[in-house]
Design a protein around this ligand. Structure first.
Ligand SMILES: NC(=O)c1ccc[n+]([C@@H]2O[C@H](COP(=O)([O-])OP(=O)(O)OC[C@H]3O[C@@H](n4cnc5c(N)ncnc54)[C@H](O)[C@@H]3O)[C@@H](O)[C@H]2O)c1
Length: 356
């Protein structure tokens, strides 16, 4: 009789390992796994990733588990969250990892979070524009943002799901409806455009990309991505041919990856890297570090459009200061007009999705 009880206890312990969505449950041994794991937890911020089992979500989860500013990491997805959680939770870094599977667990995933990163959605396939993704991803972003409004309305939100030019206005409308909207806390992630711009410009200049800083403004698709090559640091100049090559490559970097992957998805690894770079900047801002400046697509009065990507200063409340565009050359002024025309439509599409 006793051996059967022991066997059942062993099975319960084993199943808790295999199905880590049970991580927070008490198992039959009487030992609380959540408590057990929390002992290694360092002080820091609580971060949730929504869409954590995806192409971006998995490397993003891994990199956030390595971030010393993170004490608690919640991984939410509608598929495979337990598997990714089990895998990531074995890493011997400070953050405590918990997994959440499916809509019924969304609220638990979000409660108490300081930062919510959203790479949930479907990626672009060859021949698909970012706007083709609109219908599917718009609905996903709406549901997730309704959860944020309910459970962690003060969290900083990093929105990655495409089309960012429309999903950020969608999120804003959801938060307005819920009465929780704080424009400083809603940040569209355009960091991959900056990361690519730094890399491609460094290649042309023969520099280390870590020494290069290219402001990229506007939005996050095609011609709305506007690299300001006249403001590159360190100061440098480009021929017209170099300017056109670089602008085109930066604007179409996503397509370069989609085509190279030939049906197997879009940028995931470089995107996870860029997302972590941006999330880390947000967390350092939350901690109160001074002088944290990154580009992001935010509510803005820099142009006549209600949303626009520029450099922003990140602080305890999110995007605390939004920088002006600075002096543009003629090529950039023409690019800005094109970008604004396209952006206006994408922003309106997002707003109408919620208000209709
Ligand atoms: N902002 C950027 O620079 C940038 C760059 C690349 C890709 N993206 C976008 O990021 C998104 C994700 O790309 P990916 O390659 O990781 O896609 P993917 O299909 O590999 O992963 C998406 C994940 O989202 C999950 N998901 C779907 N519906 C969900 C829901 N309702 N709640 C929670 N999770 C849900 C899926 O199960 C999947 O695990 C896409 O919209 C893509 O276009 C943005």
């Amino acid at each position: 009789m006793a051996s059967r009880v022991e066997a059942n206890q062993r099975i319960a312990r084993l199943s808790a390992h295999l199905y880590p969505s049970n991580l927070q449950m008490e198992d039959s041994s009487g030992m609380r796994r959540a408590n057990c794991r929390a002992k290694g937890g360092a002080p820091g911020f609580k971060v949730a990733i929504l869409g954590a089992a995806g192409g971006i979500g998995q490397p993003l989860a891994m990199l956030m588990k390595m971030n010393p500013l993170v004490s608690v990491l919640h991984l939410y997805d509608v598929v495979n969250a337990p598997g990714v959680t089990a895998d990531i939770s074995h890493m011997d870094t400070g953050a405590v990892v918990r997994g959440f599977l499916g809509q019924p667990q969304l609220d638990n995933a979000l409660t108490g979070m300081d930062l919510v990163i959203i790479p949930a959605g479907v990626p672009r396939k060859p021949g698909m524009t970012r706007d083709d993704l609109f219908k599917i991803n718009a609905g996903i972003v709406r549901t997730l943002c309704e959860g944020i409004a309910r459970c962690c309305p003060k969290a900083i939100v990093n929105l990655i799901s495409n089309p960012v030019n429309s999903t950020v206005p969608i999120a804003a409308e959801v938060f307005k409806k819920a009465g929780t909207y704080d424009p400083k806390r809603l940040l569209g992630v355009t960091m991959l455009d900056v990361v690519r711009a730094n890399t491609f410009v460094a290649e042309v200049l023969g520099l280390d990309p870590r020494e290069v800083d290219v402001p990229v403004v506007g939005g996050h698709s095609g011609v709305t991505i506007l690299p300001l090559l006249s403001q590159v640091k360190p100061p440098c100049s480009f021929t017209q041919e170099e300017t056109e090559y670089l602008t085109d490559r930066i604007q179409n970097g996503g397509t370069e990856v989609v085509e190279a992957k030939a049906g197997a998805g879009s940028a995931t690894l470089s995107m996870a890297y860029a997302a972590v770079k941006f999330a880390d900047a947000c967390l350092r801002g939350l901690r109160g570090d001074a002088g944290i400046v990154e580009c992001s697509f935010v509510a803005s009065q820099v142009t006549e459009l209600p949303f626009f990507a520029t450099k922003v200063r990140l602080g305890r409340n999110g995007a605390e200061e939004i920088y002006q565009l600075g002096p543009l050359n003629e090529y950039e002024r023409a690019g800005l007009e094109k970008a604004k025309r396209e952006l206006a439509g994408s922003i309106q599409k997002g707003i109408s999705f919620i208000s209709k």
